[in-house]
Design a protein around this ligand. Structure first.
Ligand code: ADP
Length: 797
């Protein structure tokens, strides 16, 4: 809004400036030329007023004799015309001199016989004083009208207008053409004077003549034909007959007009005829006011500004340049059909000035904008300069020292040092560049270009570095935009079976690269929920490779597919799973037979006394082995993923109660008390009930195993900050801090006395850890040697 306001105000000033310019002399000249051009373009028209010229032309001079003619000839001319009963006779000859009595009498007589007659008068300067050159008093009879015959040419000698009246010696005289119309009793279209009471107030105004064409546009007859009776008097009937000279050289009453294209002047009498026509038809050419011109200019400048903003470039120039002919055409149409002069030169000047003006304005704005942008980038660059000056160098030095001290003299060490050298050379070159560029205060246009080059290089470096990073990643990375068009694939993807350089639709492409599972729903989910989705061990197109596939969103702009080759991991899992089958079937089955047959041998007394002892050992050992296999399978089942977790919500109280009732006898044997909080009943958890029960049982079993007799085991449950914590605190031997993490490893048993006294395989805590992590939680231990341990198992609530 502010911008529009500014533009409208600026346009106003430009419009005013152009208007002022159009008032200068040079411009006036241009304006007049444009006026003539437009009038000529509007074309000649055929006259409609009853005007006839009796022309004192070259042929009349040849026949009758050289000018001036004796007044009796003029008298005869008037008489002849009068016989035809014209509406009026207007004599465009100055009759101010006194001639012979006889001649003047004859003329006075003929004037007296013409009821409607107009004689010419004009102002002339006599000894520096303006005076009317009136006709001889004998001719200025009562019925005679006087009209001024000033052609009033412009400064360029071209007659374009007449004054409606002229005033001198305190006497106002109407224009010759106006008096001719009045004498003929025809109305003039136009208001030139006010009537107040009995007095006419005459205010001279200019009347722009609508010339009907060049010379000889009006009907005319040579004077000699009239004098010799070669013209029928009827020809003058009801006409305004203008008598005047058209021959060149007679009292220099010849003027250029807008139609004088071929350098021929027009006689005064023809100009009067044109003036009569103009007033008769009411086609005096009106000029639009300066105010209107100003508004027009203003509108045009605002329009240019708008077009420039909207259609910058070629379309703007085309519009601006086309405005010129459009304006001329408009001016022509208005002149032709409405007789109104719309001066187009100021508008053309507006085009000529505003066009480059807007361009310059734009350049200035762009330059300023560029300065601002470079300024901002410079701040960033200066910041980096400070950063690089402050930290990098010492860091590099440190790196060098560590390379030298930690690596033996080998080719790898040399390789690293060479890379470091190259890096230092490059970064110090850049620092120098930056120093050179931003160390100076003078920021001329050369500097600006250098700065742009510098930023460009930095950007390219950054991009190529990023590209190199992506290229060096072993995982497959494929980027798709929101339209499903693949926009980037890293080099690793080229090694994929089914790689396509420009696939038509990304989700289909992903489908074809993997096990043909549909990707469209997943793609939509990732894009709309903006959360990554991972699937593990997705078989590749060939069925041999397996991938961990992640679809991640790039805001709402696209999706990145990353494929990590997890074939090895998959094989390992497979092996684990195979091993679980092996252990559970191939080991357990024979063990069950051994146990079964041993039991039978003992039961049916099939061996001697000595053998019974061996059999008891076999049964003991096989049940130990069975226990070991059971513990091992417990973990292996979950690890291999065979044991699916089935979570449910339940109260923890009953779980502990069950457990204590099972473990009670073992605790009682050692006189160990188990304390449980009273409010445990109400605590609810979301977990796999069986797994959690087993894990907690392992913890409590350990507490009984590794505590001395007559001690207490405290069970606690706490619920808060999104977690449920189970605590088993004993007063046992304790665990040293450096072993606190190790006891959760598979098959790890401490080498202390208490442990040696107890049977076990070091798998109980590993199982607890596995259960905790499977639930998204963890297990940890805090212990003081000789005082006891607190095991905390937590899972999210
Ligand atoms: P084990 O079958 O040996 O009990 P676990 O994995 O359950 O295997 O425990 C690993 C080791 O951690 C034990 O051998 C023992 O040394 C130590 N340990 C476990 N629980 C306790 C405890 N409550 N107090 C002291 N030591 C313990």
């Amino acid at each position: 809004m502010k911008l529009v306001f500014g533009a409208v105000a600026a346009s106003f000033f430009v419009a005013v400036a152009i208007l002022l310019l159009s008032w200068t002399t040079y411009f006036a000249q241009l304006d007049s030329t444009a006026y003539d051009f437009t009038l000529r373009l509007a074309g000649p028209i055929s006259p409609t007023s009853p005007t006839l010229i009796v022309a004192i032309d070259e042929s009349s001079l040849d026949r009758i004799g050289a000018w001036p003619w004796s007044r009796d000839k003029l008298a005869r001319l008037i008489e002849r015309v009068e016989t035809g009963n014209p509406r009026a006779i207007a004599v465009d000859v100055l009759l101010d001199e006194k001639k012979s009595e006889e001649e003047d009498n004859a003329l006075a007589q003929s004037i007296a016989n013409a009821p409607a007659i107009v004689l010419a008068t004009r102002i002339a300067s006599v000894n520096g004083v303006d005076r009317w050159r009136r006709p001889n008093v004998r001719f200025v009879q009562n019925h005679v009208r006087l009209g001024h015959v000033h052609a009033d040419p412009d400064f360029d000698g071209i007659s374009r207008r007449i004054f409606s009246a002229k005033i001198s010696e305190a006497q106002a005289v109407r224009a010759f053409a106006r008096e001719a119309l009045r004498a003929a009793g025809l109305p003039e279209k136009g208001v030139f004077e006010e009537n107040i009471g009995s007095a006419d107030i005459i205010r001279p105004q200019t009347v722009n003549i609508r010339f009907v064409g060049d010379n000889a546009s009006f009907r005319h007859v040579p004077a000699w034909k009239v004098l010799e009776g070669a013209v029928e008097p009827a020809a003058f009937k009801d006409q305004i007959v203008l008598i005047g000279s058209t021959a060149e050289g007679i009292d220099l009453d010849q003027w250029f007009t807008p139609f004088s294209a071929n350098g021929q002047k027009m006689s005064g009498v023809e100009i009067h005829a044109n003036a009569i026509e103009t007033l008769y038809t009411g086609r005096a050419i009106a000029e639009i006011s300066d105010m209107l011109v100003l508004v027009g200019l203003w509108t045009l400048v605002v329009l240019f500004w708008w077009v420039d903003r909207r259609f910058e470039g070629r379309r703007f120039y085309a519009t601006a340049v086309l405005t010129g002919p459009v304006l001329v055409a408009l001016s022509w149409l208005v002149m032709k059909y409405y007789s109104v002069w719309v001066p187009f030169p100021p508008f053309l000047a507006a085009i000529v000035l505003v066009l480059p003006g807007l361009e310059v304005g734009k350049l200035v704005r762009m330059n300023r904008d560029l300065d601002g942008k470079i300024g901002r980038l410079t701040v960033a660059a200066l910041y980096e300069r400070r950063a690089s000056g402050g930290h990098r160098r010492p860091l590099q030095l440190e790196t060098r020292q560590r390379i030298l001290s930690e690596l033996p003299d080998c080719s790898e060490r040399e390789g690293w040092l060479t890379a470091l050298d190259a890096y230092e050379r490059e970064s110090s070159g850049r620092d120098n560049n930056r120093e050179h560029l931003f160390g100076t205060r003078r920021h001329n246009s050369r500097w600006k270009l250098d700065a742009v080059d510098f930023f460009n290089e930095e950007l390219m470096r950054f991009l190529s570095f990023n590209n190199a990073i992506l290229a060096s990643i072993e995982d497959v990375i494929i980027v798709s935009n929101a339209a499903g068009h693949v926009v980037y694939q890293n080099p690793a993807s080229k090694r994929l079976e089914g790689y396509c350089e420009d696939p038509p639709f990304a989700p289909d492409y992903f489908t074809s690269l993997l096990d043909r599972r549909p990707f469209v729903p997943l793609f939509a989910r990732v894009l709309s929920q903006m959360e990554p989705v991972t699937s593990e061990f997705v078989p590749g197109r060939n069925g041999r490779n397996f991938y961990n596939v992640t679809l991640s969103p790039i805001a709402r702009a696209g999706v990145v597919l990353s494929m990590h080759d997890a074939t090895a991991q998959h094989e390992l899992n497979q092996a684990k799973s195979d091993m679980v089958s092996l252990v559970s079937h191939e080991l357990r089955t024979p063990l069950t037979s051994i146990r079964g047959y041993s039991d039978m041998l003992l039961k049916y007394n099939l061996v001697q006394e000595k053998g019974k002892e061996f059999l008891a050992t076999i049964i003991d050992e096989s049940s130990r082995l069975n226990q070991l296999i059971q513990s091992f399978l417990d973990i292996a089942y979950i690890e291999s993923g065979r044991q699916k977790m089935t979570k449910s919500e339940f109260e923890i109280g009953p779980v502990f109660k069950d457990m204590v009732s099972i473990l009670g006898p073992a605790a009682a044997e050692k006189e160990i008390a188990i304390e449980m909080p009273a409010d445990m009943e109400t605590t609810r958890v979301l977990a796999d009930r069986l797994l959690l029960y087993q894990a907690l049982t392992n913890l409590v079993t350990n507490a009984i195993k590794y505590s001395p007799p007559r001690t207490t085991i405290r069970i606690g449950v706490a619920n808060g900050s999104g977690r449920v914590r189970f605590q088993i605190a004993d007063q046992g031997c304790g665990i040293p801090a450096d072993e606190a993490a190790k006891i959760f490893e598979k098959f790890y048993r401490r080498a202390n006395k208490e442990t040696r006294e107890q049977t076990g395989f070091g798998l109980g805590l590993a199982f607890v850890k596995e259960v905790a992590t499977r639930h998204g939680g963890d297990v940890l231990v805090e212990s003081t040697m000789g005082e006891g341990s607190v095991f905390t198992l937590w899972i999210p609530n």
